[in-house]
Design a protein around this ligand. Sequence first.
Ligand code: ADP
Ligand code: MG
Length: 257
Amino acid sequence: MGKIIAIANQKGGVGKTTSAVNLSAGLAQLKNRVLVVDIDPQGNATSGLGISKADMDQCIYNVLVEDLPAEQVCVPTQIENLDMIPATIQLSGAEIELVSTISREVRLKKALEDLKEQYDYIIIDCPPSLGLLTINALTSADTVLIPVQCEYYALEGLSQLLNTIRLVQKHLNKTLMIEGVLLTMLDARTNLGIQVIEEVKKYFQDKVYQSVIPRSIRLGEAPSHGQPILKYDPKSKGAEVYLELAKEVVGNGERVG
Ligand code: ADP
Ligand code: MG
Protein backbone atom coordinates (compact mmCIF):
# COMPACT_ATOMS: atom_id res chain seq x y z
CA MET A 1 0.00 0.00 0.00
CA GLY A 2 1.33 3.40 -0.96
CA LYS A 3 2.04 6.15 1.52
CA ILE A 4 0.27 9.42 0.79
CA ILE A 5 2.24 12.57 1.61
CA ALA A 6 0.64 16.02 1.30
CA ILE A 7 3.03 18.92 0.75
CA ALA A 8 1.34 21.85 2.43
CA ASN A 9 1.89 25.41 3.59
CA GLN A 10 -0.66 28.12 2.93
CA LYS A 11 2.10 30.60 2.12
CA GLY A 12 2.86 30.87 -1.58
CA GLY A 13 6.38 30.66 -2.94
CA VAL A 14 7.89 28.59 -0.11
CA GLY A 15 8.91 25.68 -2.34
CA LYS A 16 5.91 23.35 -2.15
CA THR A 17 5.76 22.60 -5.85
CA THR A 18 9.53 22.46 -6.31
CA SER A 19 9.70 19.98 -3.44
CA ALA A 20 6.72 17.92 -4.66
CA VAL A 21 8.26 17.55 -8.12
CA ASN A 22 11.83 16.91 -7.04
CA LEU A 23 11.16 14.73 -4.00
CA SER A 24 8.93 12.62 -6.25
CA ALA A 25 11.63 12.36 -8.90
CA GLY A 26 14.10 11.38 -6.17
CA LEU A 27 11.78 8.68 -4.82
CA ALA A 28 11.27 7.40 -8.37
CA GLN A 29 15.02 7.29 -8.93
CA LEU A 30 15.27 5.15 -5.79
CA LYS A 31 13.05 2.64 -7.61
CA ASN A 32 9.77 3.52 -5.95
CA ARG A 33 6.57 3.76 -7.97
CA VAL A 34 5.44 7.35 -7.47
CA LEU A 35 2.30 9.32 -8.31
CA VAL A 36 2.20 13.12 -8.10
CA VAL A 37 -1.26 14.60 -7.61
CA ASP A 38 -1.50 18.28 -8.50
CA ILE A 39 -4.35 19.98 -6.66
CA ASP A 40 -3.22 23.56 -7.21
CA PRO A 41 -5.30 25.30 -9.91
CA GLN A 42 -2.10 26.99 -11.08
CA GLY A 43 -0.92 23.58 -12.22
CA ASN A 44 2.76 24.32 -11.63
CA ALA A 45 3.61 20.72 -10.72
CA THR A 46 1.85 19.65 -13.92
CA SER A 47 3.91 21.90 -16.19
CA GLY A 48 7.02 21.32 -14.07
CA LEU A 49 6.78 17.64 -14.96
CA GLY A 50 6.48 18.46 -18.64
CA ILE A 51 2.74 17.82 -19.03
CA SER A 52 1.07 20.24 -21.40
CA LYS A 53 -2.07 21.71 -19.87
CA ALA A 54 -3.28 23.11 -23.16
CA ASP A 55 -3.91 19.65 -24.66
CA MET A 56 -5.83 18.40 -21.69
CA ASP A 57 -9.60 18.24 -21.45
CA GLN A 58 -9.79 16.39 -18.13
CA CYS A 59 -7.88 16.82 -14.89
CA ILE A 60 -8.19 16.37 -11.13
CA TYR A 61 -11.17 18.76 -11.28
CA ASN A 62 -13.30 16.09 -12.99
CA VAL A 63 -12.28 13.58 -10.34
CA LEU A 64 -13.10 15.83 -7.38
CA VAL A 65 -16.26 17.46 -8.68
CA GLU A 66 -17.65 14.96 -11.19
CA ASP A 67 -16.55 11.63 -9.68
CA LEU A 68 -14.47 10.61 -12.69
CA PRO A 69 -12.25 7.64 -11.67
CA ALA A 70 -8.76 8.97 -10.86
CA GLU A 71 -7.19 6.30 -13.03
CA GLN A 72 -8.70 7.93 -16.09
CA VAL A 73 -6.75 11.16 -15.62
CA CYS A 74 -3.50 9.50 -14.56
CA VAL A 75 -0.70 10.10 -17.09
CA PRO A 76 2.92 8.90 -17.30
CA THR A 77 5.72 11.49 -17.15
CA GLN A 78 9.07 11.36 -18.94
CA ILE A 79 10.60 10.03 -15.71
CA GLU A 80 10.59 6.29 -15.19
CA ASN A 81 8.37 5.14 -12.27
CA LEU A 82 6.71 8.56 -12.07
CA ASP A 83 3.06 9.18 -13.04
CA MET A 84 0.90 12.17 -12.37
CA ILE A 85 -2.65 13.41 -12.06
CA PRO A 86 -2.57 16.90 -13.56
CA ALA A 87 -4.40 20.10 -12.66
CA THR A 88 -5.54 22.80 -15.04
CA ILE A 89 -7.08 26.20 -14.42
CA GLN A 90 -10.45 24.46 -14.52
CA LEU A 91 -9.71 23.42 -10.94
CA SER A 92 -10.00 27.02 -9.76
CA GLY A 93 -13.79 26.59 -9.67
CA ALA A 94 -13.59 23.51 -7.46
CA GLU A 95 -12.98 25.31 -4.18
CA ILE A 96 -16.42 26.94 -4.51
CA GLU A 97 -18.22 24.12 -6.30
CA LEU A 98 -17.19 21.60 -3.66
CA VAL A 99 -18.83 23.61 -0.88
CA SER A 100 -22.28 22.31 -1.77
CA THR A 101 -21.33 18.71 -2.63
CA ILE A 102 -21.83 15.65 -0.46
CA SER A 103 -18.74 14.49 1.47
CA ARG A 104 -16.80 17.44 0.17
CA GLU A 105 -13.78 16.88 2.43
CA VAL A 106 -13.24 13.22 1.54
CA ARG A 107 -13.50 13.34 -2.24
CA LEU A 108 -9.78 13.08 -2.89
CA LYS A 109 -9.39 10.34 -0.28
CA LYS A 110 -12.06 8.26 -2.00
CA ALA A 111 -10.58 8.93 -5.42
CA LEU A 112 -7.10 7.79 -4.37
CA GLU A 113 -8.23 4.63 -2.58
CA ASP A 114 -8.13 2.48 -5.71
CA LEU A 115 -4.75 3.85 -6.78
CA LYS A 116 -3.01 3.34 -3.45
CA GLU A 117 -2.03 -0.22 -4.24
CA GLN A 118 -0.34 0.69 -7.49
CA TYR A 119 2.18 3.10 -5.95
CA ASP A 120 4.74 3.21 -3.17
CA TYR A 121 4.30 6.97 -2.70
CA ILE A 122 1.57 9.39 -3.65
CA ILE A 123 2.71 13.01 -3.32
CA ILE A 124 0.05 15.74 -3.28
CA ASP A 125 1.06 19.29 -4.22
CA CYS A 126 -1.30 21.65 -2.35
CA PRO A 127 -2.39 25.17 -3.31
CA PRO A 128 -1.31 28.17 -1.18
CA SER A 129 -4.44 28.24 0.99
CA LEU A 130 -6.14 26.29 3.74
CA GLY A 131 -9.38 25.88 1.78
CA LEU A 132 -11.24 22.75 0.78
CA LEU A 133 -8.58 21.55 -1.65
CA THR A 134 -5.91 21.50 1.05
CA ILE A 135 -8.40 19.96 3.50
CA ASN A 136 -9.01 17.21 0.93
CA ALA A 137 -5.27 16.61 0.72
CA LEU A 138 -4.85 16.47 4.51
CA THR A 139 -7.82 14.14 4.79
CA SER A 140 -6.37 11.70 2.23
CA ALA A 141 -2.82 11.84 3.50
CA ASP A 142 -0.92 9.57 5.86
CA THR A 143 1.49 12.41 6.56
CA VAL A 144 2.11 16.06 5.77
CA LEU A 145 5.45 17.49 4.71
CA ILE A 146 5.83 21.20 5.46
CA PRO A 147 8.29 23.27 3.41
CA VAL A 148 9.53 26.35 5.26
CA GLN A 149 11.44 29.02 3.42
CA CYS A 150 14.65 30.22 5.07
CA GLU A 151 13.44 33.82 5.35
CA TYR A 152 12.81 36.26 8.16
CA TYR A 153 9.18 35.47 9.35
CA ALA A 154 9.73 31.81 8.38
CA LEU A 155 7.54 30.58 11.23
CA GLU A 156 4.81 33.15 10.67
CA GLY A 157 1.56 31.54 9.60
CA LEU A 158 2.68 28.06 10.62
CA SER A 159 0.42 28.09 13.68
CA GLN A 160 -2.58 28.41 11.34
CA LEU A 161 -1.36 25.41 9.37
CA LEU A 162 -0.77 23.40 12.55
CA ASN A 163 -4.25 24.35 13.78
CA THR A 164 -5.76 23.13 10.53
CA ILE A 165 -3.81 19.88 10.84
CA ARG A 166 -5.17 19.43 14.38
CA LEU A 167 -8.73 20.06 13.21
CA VAL A 168 -8.34 17.52 10.42
CA GLN A 169 -6.90 15.03 12.93
CA LYS A 170 -9.87 15.59 15.20
CA HIS A 171 -12.67 15.41 12.66
CA LEU A 172 -11.52 13.81 9.43
CA ASN A 173 -8.26 11.88 9.66
CA LYS A 174 -7.22 10.70 13.14
CA THR A 175 -3.98 9.09 11.99
CA LEU A 176 -2.56 12.08 10.08
CA MET A 177 1.04 12.71 11.15
CA ILE A 178 3.71 15.28 10.33
CA GLU A 179 6.16 13.67 7.92
CA GLY A 180 8.75 16.37 8.38
CA VAL A 181 9.67 20.00 8.02
CA LEU A 182 11.82 20.91 5.04
CA LEU A 183 13.92 24.06 5.02
CA THR A 184 14.05 25.54 1.53
CA MET A 185 15.84 28.27 -0.43
CA LEU A 186 18.74 28.61 1.98
CA ASP A 187 21.16 31.31 0.96
CA ALA A 188 24.36 30.06 2.51
CA ARG A 189 26.00 33.48 2.17
CA THR A 190 23.83 35.07 4.82
CA ASN A 191 23.66 34.64 8.59
CA LEU A 192 19.92 35.00 8.41
CA GLY A 193 19.56 31.52 6.91
CA ILE A 194 21.51 29.96 9.76
CA GLN A 195 19.38 31.84 12.32
CA VAL A 196 16.19 30.63 10.68
CA ILE A 197 17.41 27.02 10.70
CA GLU A 198 18.07 27.28 14.44
CA GLU A 199 14.70 28.86 15.11
CA VAL A 200 12.80 26.24 13.10
CA LYS A 201 14.76 23.39 14.75
CA LYS A 202 13.96 24.79 18.19
CA TYR A 203 10.28 24.67 17.31
CA PHE A 204 10.03 21.40 15.36
CA GLN A 205 13.08 19.59 16.79
CA ASP A 206 13.74 16.20 15.20
CA LYS A 207 10.94 16.72 12.68
CA VAL A 208 13.31 18.94 10.65
CA TYR A 209 15.09 17.15 7.80
CA GLN A 210 18.88 17.08 7.74
CA SER A 211 18.66 17.92 4.05
CA VAL A 212 18.31 21.68 3.59
CA ILE A 213 17.47 22.85 0.08
CA PRO A 214 19.84 25.58 -1.13
CA ARG A 215 18.69 28.54 -3.17
CA SER A 216 19.91 27.68 -6.65
CA ILE A 217 19.47 29.15 -10.09
CA ARG A 218 19.29 25.67 -11.62
CA LEU A 219 16.38 24.69 -9.36
CA GLY A 220 14.54 27.84 -10.42
CA GLU A 221 15.22 27.14 -14.12
CA ALA A 222 14.22 23.47 -14.25
CA PRO A 223 10.39 24.00 -14.30
CA SER A 224 10.57 26.11 -17.46
CA HIS A 225 12.13 23.07 -19.14
CA GLY A 226 9.38 20.82 -17.80
CA GLN A 227 11.89 18.71 -15.93
CA PRO A 228 12.73 17.80 -12.33
CA ILE A 229 16.23 18.91 -11.33
CA LEU A 230 17.37 15.27 -11.29
CA LYS A 231 16.84 15.22 -15.05
CA TYR A 232 17.60 18.84 -15.92
CA ASP A 233 20.93 18.96 -14.09
CA PRO A 234 21.56 15.72 -12.19
CA LYS A 235 25.02 16.84 -11.02
CA SER A 236 23.81 20.07 -9.44
CA LYS A 237 23.70 20.67 -5.70
CA GLY A 238 19.90 20.94 -5.84
CA ALA A 239 19.61 17.50 -7.43
CA GLU A 240 21.98 16.03 -4.86
CA VAL A 241 20.03 17.45 -1.91
CA TYR A 242 16.59 16.43 -3.21
CA LEU A 243 17.90 12.88 -3.69
CA GLU A 244 19.22 12.97 -0.10
CA LEU A 245 15.79 14.15 1.04
CA ALA A 246 14.14 11.25 -0.79
CA LYS A 247 16.46 8.87 1.11
CA GLU A 248 15.48 10.52 4.40
CA VAL A 249 11.79 10.14 3.57
CA VAL A 250 12.26 6.44 2.73
CA GLY A 251 14.29 5.99 5.94
CA ASN A 252 11.61 7.69 8.06
CA GLY A 253 9.04 5.26 6.84
CA GLU A 254 11.28 2.34 7.70
CA ARG A 255 11.83 3.64 11.23
CA VAL A 256 8.14 4.14 11.90
CA GLY A 257 7.44 0.72 10.49
P1 ADP B 1 5.11 27.16 -3.90
O1 ADP B 1 4.66 25.92 -4.61
O2 ADP B 1 5.18 27.00 -2.41
O3 ADP B 1 4.32 28.36 -4.28
P2 ADP B 1 7.43 27.02 -5.63
O4 ADP B 1 8.03 25.68 -5.44
O5 ADP B 1 6.58 27.21 -6.84
O6 ADP B 1 6.63 27.45 -4.34
O7 ADP B 1 8.62 28.08 -5.61
C1 ADP B 1 8.38 29.46 -5.84
C2 ADP B 1 9.38 29.98 -6.87
O8 ADP B 1 10.71 29.86 -6.38
C3 ADP B 1 9.35 29.22 -8.18
O9 ADP B 1 9.61 30.12 -9.23
C4 ADP B 1 10.49 28.21 -8.04
O10 ADP B 1 11.03 27.84 -9.30
C5 ADP B 1 11.48 29.00 -7.21
N1 ADP B 1 12.26 28.12 -6.32
C6 ADP B 1 11.77 27.16 -5.49
N2 ADP B 1 12.77 26.59 -4.79
C7 ADP B 1 13.91 27.19 -5.19
C8 ADP B 1 15.29 27.06 -4.83
N3 ADP B 1 15.68 26.17 -3.89
N4 ADP B 1 16.20 27.86 -5.44
C9 ADP B 1 15.80 28.76 -6.37
N5 ADP B 1 14.53 28.95 -6.75
C10 ADP B 1 13.58 28.18 -6.17
MG1 MG C 1 2.99 25.61 -5.84
